[in-house]
Write a protein that binds this ligand. Sequence first.
Ligand SMILES: [Fe+2]
Length: 234
Amino acid sequence: MLAMTQSDTPARLTDYRESLSRRRLIGGAALLPFAGSLTLPFDALAALAATAQQPLGPFYPTAFPREQDNDLTLAPGASGRAEGTVIHLSGRVFDVEGQPLRGAVVQIWQTDKGGRYRHPNARGAELLDPNFQGFGWTRTDDDGQYSFVTVKPAAYPGRTPHIHFVAGFPGGTPLVTQMYFPDEPLNRRDGLLNSVRDPALRAALIAEVEDGSDIEPGALRAGFDIVLPGRAPA
Ligand SMILES: [Fe+2]
């Protein structure tokens, strides 16, 4: 069961905090020795570690659409849908207090099914799937949730499959990171993934992926939550 689904509501924020805290808790262990003598506010124990930063990489898009466009499987003017396994990707964006962030901007970019970026400096760009948009952006809704439709990216020399993310809210510091896939043999050797030394933070970069054929035949559903550094603007 994914941690983040369309049906989740703020009423279940406690569930989110508990599940996220298991994966990303910081500070809580250090506070526990005092728990018997102090009444700690819940937020102190529920504080989340910010999602690990990852390099922007050389293929950050040269432009994003003016309007929100979160379907990478349909490029403007394309003759059909992108090749590859369709992924319905969603998640929520939180601040370090566990507050879901409404209106946060989330950008993604990635390779197509063949491991090619839509970028003028990318090698093999002439072989890019013309129907694959390669990048997109959206804003989180009232529950801090974002969603994209994309295809499974491929490994390319030196890298395990991944999706690049930038997420931020007005007045906040944008977070640059990368999302990975579970059970990928190359994950063990990927230098950027393994540059995150903290096991919990590294694990939090790996999406939860499950069958998504209830959404459309042959598709996957992926969940990836993001914790931005800092706190939501008042
Ligand atoms: Fe990349």
